[in-house]
Design a binder for this molecule. Structure first.
Ligand code: ZN
Length: 165
């Protein structure tokens, strides 16, 4: 029986992500495909809407504008923060998100964009903000979500039983 991607289904797909210049930014090919829970914002909205109604064996290219991807670039750009403001065992990795509390007590996600000596550069923008994204997609499977997955709001791997933090 063939199943298609609708709210509450788990989609399993291979992707290759390229930018406007055609450079590959990320790819699942050669490794495990990606599993996500459809309709729960596990993936960028522009890609999720293109996957709606697709089934195993479908291949297509989704062109996603920043507003349907990781957003337009905002703010003044990366800000330098001295390492002494981080825990002692903190190892800054470029491209990794960190959670920080803003002045108003609101938790914000910041992205590490660079490290120079004792300075760590943080930005409010996702590294892919402001970019057009081109996803070359092959849907390899669609299955029902487990109750546990629906409760958590995300997929637990390809078979639904993956352990996670
Ligand atoms: Zn979970």
């Amino acid at each position: 029986m063939s199943d298609t991607l609708t709210h509450g289904k788990v989609g399993i797909f291979h992707y290759t992500l390229t930018n406007d210049e055609g450079a590959t930014l990320d790819s699942s090919r050669g490794g495990q495909p990606m599993a996500y829970l459809h309709g729960f914002q596990n993936i960028v909205p522009g890609l999720e809407s293109e996957l709606e109604g697709k089934g195993a064996g479908d291949t297509f290219i989704a062109h996603v504008a920043p507003k349907d991807g990781y957003g337009e670039k905002e703010g003044p750009g990366p800000q330098a923060v001295h390492r002494s403001n981080f825990p002692k065992d903190f190892e800054p990795q470029i491209g990794r998100p960190i959670r920080a509390e803003g002045g108003d007590g609101q938790v914000v996600t910041l992205w590490i964009t660079g490290v120079k000596g004792a300075q760590v550069y943080l930005d409010v923008n996702h590294p892919l903000a402001g970019q057009n994204l081109h996803f070359d997609i092959e849907v390899v499977g669609v299955r029902d979500a487990t109750d546990n997955e629906k409760q958590h709001g995300h997929a637990h791997g390809i078979d639904g039983h993956a352990h996670h933090h």
